[in-house]
Structure formats: structure tokens, C-alpha cells
Design a protein around this ligand. Structure first.
Ligand code: ATP
Length: 294
């Protein structure tokens, strides 16, 4: 009887572990939420030559279901090393843009280029290796904080882990814990706040050392200290990275070189924070509303 019980439990353990690992893989986060057709590598797919990581959406349209267009042809460029933010109401298609860049779906029309290469013509492994994702909600393993940061690159040295944690503005917090980097976190360990978890995710992404970074800002509200820590971390890590920020709090992106405002499947305004405020349109109204709420 015990053996009978053990086998299914053991099997469940395997399933549980694989689900847990899949969940903790940042890049799969977007994927698991959806039920999309399998994307195949092109037979002649070459590894992506990242070289700076300039991103270009050329007349990209997209639908999940044919009767419901999500993106009307939209075009924008993120020059290598620049930070571009997308803002807009819930459901406007911001996360869809990120999913398309990671090629979890193929565009319906148009094309997406990274350093001039159509992402449909490069191997998915090389594409995903070039892009780091900081998701809204980070799932942590029941393991040490060191393990959680080094997950994307288990062979990383302690010095590299510390550098990533410093960039992500979480090192001082970790050092303040009695067991430091050996502290167990996750469900059965120390529970981290939303802001701390997001900073662990930033450290993870930094250790992966991608040229392109997608930062999906958490919608849940954070206290202003935590928000400040994340904002500083993001400005630090955005240096030398081509960064796409899906933003909910406009204060996070005032320093972006370009802000895209999405509405009704399109980019309706674009420019720097100052330019958009002066234009006195949708962005300026969103800004005024958020300042009032503060
Ligand atoms: P939020 O700010 O709430 O995260 P968003 O701007 O990121 O929203 P998306 O997640 O890109 O919006 O979704 C855009 C639209 O696409 C929504 O109307 C959503 O219902 C729809 N959508 C998203 N994923 C799928 C899917 N897998 N199948 C069908 N429709 C989807």
C-alpha cells in the first residue's frame, strides 16, 4: 500500500518540481498565461547577432483570434542602449508587444527586427538568451536568496551575484539578514515583499547579462520607499541595455528617451516626458491624475 502511495506521490513530486521550475523561469512567465500554438524555428534559422540590441517594430499588426485585432499596424524603434516605455490603459496591448518581441507569437503582418534581423529567422534559443525579462510577479524557489538570484546562471561566482544584487538595489537588504545570501526565501522561508521580489528578479536578469531588457512593472501599489529603490535599480540597469518598460506608474519612466502611449490598438502619442506634458494630451491627463492620487 505504501509503495502504491509512494509512486503517485513521487510522480506528483516530479510534476510539481517541473511546474515550479517552469514557473520560476522568467521568460516562460508570459508563455504560461496563454495557450498559444507552438512556434517553430525556421529550418535555416541562424543564431541572433545581438550587437547592441536595437529593436524595430515595422508596421506590426497582431491578433490572438482573427475576429479581434489587438494591434493595428504599429511602428517604433528602440535604438541600441535606449529606454523606451509603453503606457496605456489595461488591455491596450502593452504586454502583447513584449510577448511578440520574445516571439511567443508571430506577428500577423509586418516584422520585428533586432539589429536588422527578422526575429522569425533566428533561433528562439538565441533570441531568448539575448532578452532578460523582469516580470510583474516573480516566483521564488524555496531555496536561498543566492540560489534564487543565480538561477539563470548557476555557475556564477559570489562576486558576480553580489554585483548583480548591488545593481538591483537589493544587496544592502540581503546583507542585513542574519544569514545574508544563505537566507531561505519563498513559501517556506522568508517572505519577501512585492518590491523585494521584483528587485531579486532584476538581479536575476542582470546575472543573465542580456543586451535587451523587458521590465514589466508590477501593477500592485508599492510604498514610496520600495518604489524609489526599484526606480533607482531600473535606472542603473538600463544603462548600456536596450530597455522596454511596460509602465503603470509614470514616475518610473520620466527619464525614458521615448514614451509610447497606446490606446485603441495604436500608438496615439509618443515623445519624452516633457514633450508629452507640453502636448497636453492623453499622457498629460494620465500624469495629472496620478499626481493627484499621490
Ligand atoms: P494590462 O495593463 O492590464 O497588463 P495590456 O495593455 O498589457 O494590459 P495585453 O495583455 O497586451 O494588455 O492584452 C491586450 C488584449 O489582448 C486584451 O484585450 C486581452 O484580453 C487580449 N489577450 C491577451 N492575451 C490573450 C490571449 N492569449 N488570447 C486572446 N486574447 C488575449
Amino acid at each position: 500500500f505504501l509503495l502504491q502511495l509512494f509512486i503517485p506521490l513521487n510522480f506528483l513530486g516530479v510534476v510539481y518540481r517541473s511546474v515550479k521550475y517552469a514557473l520560476a523561469d522568467m521568460d516562460l512567465m508570459f508563455k504560461l498565461l496563454d495557450n498559444q500554438p507552438e512556434i517553430q524555428d525556421h529550418p535555416q534559422a541562424q543564431p541572433l547577432q545581438v550587437n547592441g540590441g536595437a529593436v524595430c517594430f515595422e508596421e506590426v499588426s497582431f491578433h490572438y483570434q482573427p475576429d479581434r485585432p489587438i494591434l493595428a499596424p504599429l511602428s517604433f524603434t528602440i535604438p541600441a542602449g535606449h529606454k523606451v516605455a509603453i503606457v496605456g490603459a489595461s488591455g491596450a496591448g502593452k504586454s502583447t508587444v513584449a510577448r511578440l518581441l520574445l516571439r511567443f507569437y508571430d506577428v500577423t503582418t509586418g516584422r520585428i527586427l533586432i539589429n536588422g534581423q527578422d526575429i522569425r529567422h533566428v533561433t528562439q534559443a538565441s533570441l531568448r538568451a539575448a532578452i532578460g525579462v523582469v516580470p510583474q510577479d516573480t516566483v521564488l524557489f524555496n531555496d536561498t536568496i543566492r540560489y534564487n538570484i543565480a538561477y539563470a546562471r548557476p555557475q556564477a561566482s559570489q562576486a558576480e551575484i553580489v554585483t548583480a544584487a548591488q545593481l538591483a538595489n537589493i544587496h544592502t537588504f540581503i546583507e542585513s539578514l542574519p544569514q545574508g545570501y544563505d537566507t531561505t526565501v519563498g513559501e517556506r522561508g522568508l517572505k519577501l515583499s512585492g518590491g523585494e521580489k521584483q528587485r531579486v528578479a532584476i538581479a536575476r536578469a542582470m546575472l543573465k547579462c542580456p543586451q535587451i531588457l523587458i521590465f514589466d512593472e508590477a501593477t500592485s501599489s508599492l510604498d514610496s520607499h520600495s518604489e524609489q529603490l526599484i526606480q533607482t535599480a531600473l535606472s542603473q540597469v538600463a544603462v548600456n541595455h536596450t530597455t522596454l518598460v511596460i509602465a503603470h506608474r509614470l514616475s518610473t519612466i520620466v527619464d525614458a528617451q521615448q514614451i509610447l502611449v497606446m490606446e485603441q490598438r495604436q500608438i496615439i502619442e509618443q515623445g519624452t516626458h516633457i514633450k508629452l506634458l507640453n502636448a497636453n494630451g492623453v499622457y498629460a491627463a494620465m500624469w495629472a491624475r496620478q499626481q493627484e492620487e499621490k
